[in-house]
Design a protein around this ligand. Sequence first.
Ligand code: ZN
Ligand code: FE
Ligand code: FE
Ligand code: ZN
Length: 271
Amino acid sequence: MIDYHLHTPLCRHALGSPEEYLAAARQKGLREIGFADHYPLGLLGREPEAAVSMKPGELPGYIREIRALGAGEKEIAVKLGAEVDYLPGTEELLAELLAGDPFDFVIGSLHFMGDWDFTHPYHAHRYEEQPLEQIYSRYFELLWQACASGLFDIIGHIDGIKKFGHRLPDEAMEPYWRETARVLRANGLCFELNSSGKDAPAAEFYPGRRLLELCYREGVPVTLGSDAHGPEQVGRYFDEALALLREVGYRELAVFSQRRRSFIAMEESGR
Ligand code: ZN
Ligand code: FE
Ligand code: FE
Ligand code: ZN
């Protein structure tokens, strides 16, 4: 099994050293892990009041630390990644920045719509302040834009807009889900089954089953991540996640080295 979405305390809202995440992975019998801490928003000209990412000056140390951890580890492959915010207008800047970074993989995630951090509990009241239809349509437009940017290898928590349980009926969601699967496919992207949604008010993986089915039908590759913000969250709900992936039809998981994708069989990865 693999876990391709681990954070570190550099983002200021996660606990535990990278060594402790690795130890947790060993205990869970994982064979490969990927650190994907929050890429410095400061490099993209954004510094929210509450710090939610590493500081620009901390990126080189993060890279060194994860590489050193991997170099000293014999059993578990340790990949170096980042979770990068998609902020419209920063595409060229970000492309230049990422071209100089030695990441194995880059997860593109949405946490902001304009100045609203819609994934932050502190700002969840804003879901009440405009029609939900409007929020969803803005979210998915932004998501498809992120997909088309060509900046990312993996799209993170792809239906993260449901985090606090604000949902449209399935009939209203179907066109969004279909178009999302199509756009992923058209851009050669991979997405993650992110198990952290189970611990959010949404109480469901990102993405939910229907979008997962449509992605499988479109032939979109999937990887697996816990979005751990603490060592005890490494590999959370992975038995259930793998069972769901199998049910839907998936038999392999995407892994990355130097931003090139390959696959491992889920049988091999399971334990
Ligand atoms: Zn985070
Ligand atoms: Fe995220
Ligand atoms: Fe994350
Ligand atoms: Zn995340």
